[in-house]
Design a protein around this ligand. Structure first.
Ligand code: RBF
Length: 165
């Protein structure tokens, strides 16, 4: 069990189930693309490293983090039976109150969607004070939140497969 996380990319490969046969959707926001592309790479590589087949991963883009819940809902409502959807975004605190509105909307939206649908919708969104903090958490000194999001998706999908199917 994790009690303290020092690096977002740290996980024990032996402690997570195989992703073989899992269908995973990834929704990536286009705002702050240098960060969200790095989050995507972290998530994608982690899924592949844990036996999720390339053909079982679907990636879509949405304009900003605010649209992540709608992007995730679109995948969950499609004919493909996803086992989990990972949402990746980066919201950086600015001069306006947009930061709070966007962060609240996306966290509530993803939580509500996951509870309504029943399947895991993973919050892979960086909410930082500045660009440096985002760089540090998208493959920099604090690891990559995309890696953490992919590990969470596999763990949650495996938990549901064990109990529901
Ligand atoms: N989207 C993000 O994913 N990250 C941001 O840091 C971000 N900042 C924004 C700041 C302002 C002033 C505005 C207007 C939008 C921002 N968005 C951001 C985009 C937002 O998520 C959404 O795509 C748009 O508001 C839709 O028009």
């Amino acid at each position: 069990m994790e009690t303290k996380k020092t690096n977002l990319s740290d996980y024990n490969p032996d402690s997570i189930p195989s992703g073989k046969g899992m269908k995973i959707g990834i929704v990536t926001a286009e705002w702050n693309p240098q960060i969200t592309n790095a989050l995507f790479k972290g998530a994608y590589d982690t899924l592949i490293a844990n036996n999720v087949a390339e053909s079982d991963i679907t990636m879509i883009h949405v304009p900003g983090s605010f649209e992540l819940p709608t992007g995730a809902a679109t995948l969950l409502n499609s004919t493909t039976e996803y086992d989990a959807v990972i949402c990746l975004g980066c919201v950086i605190q600015g001069e306006t109150r947009h930061f709070d509105f966007i962060c609240n909307a996306v966290s509530n939206g993803l939580t509500n969607l996951s509870l309504q649908d029943g399947r895991p919708v993973i919050f892979g969104v960086l909410t930082t004070n500045n660009m440096q903090q985002a760089i540090d958490r998208s493959g920099g000194k604090h690891g990559n939140k995309g890696v953490e999001a992919a590990v969470t998706a596999i763990k949650m999908a495996a938990m549901q497969k064990a109990i529901l199917r």
